[in-house]
Design a protein around this ligand. Structure first.
Ligand code: KG4
Ligand code: ZN
Length: 334
């Protein structure tokens, strides 16, 4: 069974081909260069870029898998959450191809795709596990008991972790997207230099807006109206201290969730799971508490269509499909 996966929820146009649960090809075309000069994703530009790039990317993924479109048996597409215009491009294309080819299609929740990416990297992973989903739009902890059975343990009360990275990077004058930039700068900074707060939310909930405000207040001390950022501001130290606080919070809550639920298996998913410090600390803590840690490679953590194809394939296998009247949704809980 061949599945064609399509992902256009934000600023990556992606397509992938899976044979059952095995990835034959996965192609991601990033729009970062286009959005960079605006300091963030411009929704209308994103839609237009998807429109321009999606069909060539789909063709490239079929060519790279060396299969004709006529042999594809299922189309899986991200339909929520994300930028509505961007989602519309992918969903419309998926419907049109499915209709023209006379094959089923299935809408996939982007967050479910991120979590299930771990099943591509580790086919024998099984259930249950604790999943920390950390991306530009999500920061949540789930007790994953099976396919489609995701018990929300806690989530952010304000910004998502990736969003906090992107906003803090902007404050520091770093380029978009902020996550990779802060990750790089932090490696050369002193994570003890400045004391930033760790918001202690109840249970497994998170909060990053206080931390972001603390960074803004610190940066303001080094900013003047006429001269802008004072070079005396040590951006590397700020990045390192901000990152230390984020990683502290994410790791501590995840380990706590695994210990309290008695599920000694952890998956870290989403774009922020590409963060070097988070990856190292999670490994260290999982070892300390004798827990199994599943960290997909960078390419599977960042937005891609292989994870969408897999989620669609797994749901299709148990009898699910979507109707052609399925509409994309900008926001939707998992
Ligand atoms: O999953 P993703 O590609 O898209 C969404 O679903 O949001 O995640 C993108 C987010 C961005 O906020 C980006 O800054 C962050 O992931 N990110 C990182 C790193 N690489 C990407 N954050 C921290 N460290 C990184 N190395
Ligand atoms: Zn994502």
């Amino acid at each position: 069974m061949l599945t064609l996966g399509i992902e256009t929820s934000c600023d990556e146009t992606a397509a992938a081909v899976l044979q059952d649960d095995r990835v034959l090809s996965s192609i991601v075309s990033s729009q970062i260069e286009i959005h960079k000069k605006y300091g963030g994703v411009v929704p209308e530009l994103a839609s237009r870029e998807h429109l321009k790039n999606l069909m060539p990317i789909i063709r490239a993924s079929l060519a790279s898998a060396a299969v004709p479109l006529s042999s594809v048996g299922l189309i899986a597409v991200t339909y929520a959450p994300g930028l509505i215009g961007a989602l519309l491009v992918g969903v419309s294309a998926a419907k049109a191809i499915a209709y023209a080819q006379g094959i089923p299609f299935i809408g996939v929740h982007h967050g479910e795709g991120h979590i299930l990416a771990a099943h591509i990297a580790y086919p024998g992973i099984g259930y249950p596990y604790i999943a920390l989903l950390v991306s530009g739009g999500h920061t949540a902890l789930y007790h994953v008991k099976g396919l489609g059975n995701y018990r929300l343990l806690g989530q952010t009360k304000d910004d998502a972790a990736g969003e906090a990275y992107d906003k803090v990077a902007k404050l520091l004058g770093l380029e978009y997207p902020g996550g990779p930039a802060i990750d790089r700068f932090a490696q050369q900074g002193n994570p003890e230099a400045i004391k930033f707060p760790r918001a202690n939310q109840a249970g497994y909930d998170f909060s990053f807006s206080g931390l972001k405000t603390a960074v803004r207040t610190h940066v303001a001390l080094f900013t003047s109206k006429d001269k802008g950022l004072d070079p005396a501001l040590n951006i590397r130290d700020v990045a390192a201290c901000f990152q230390r606080a984020v990683v502290d919070i994410l790791t501590q809550k995840t380990i706590q969730a695994a210990r309290e639920t008695g599920v000694a298996k952890i998956v870290v998913a989403g774009g922020v799971a590409a963060n070097s410090s988070l990856r190292n600390r999670m490994k260290e803590q999982a070892d300390k508490y004798d827990m199994a840690l599943y960290l997909p490679g960078m390419g599977l953590c960042l937005d891609n269509a292989a994870m969408i194809a897999l989620a669609g394939y797994l749901r299709f296998r148990r009898g699910e499909t979507s109707n052609l009247n399925l509409n994309p949704r900008a926001s939707m809980p998992l």
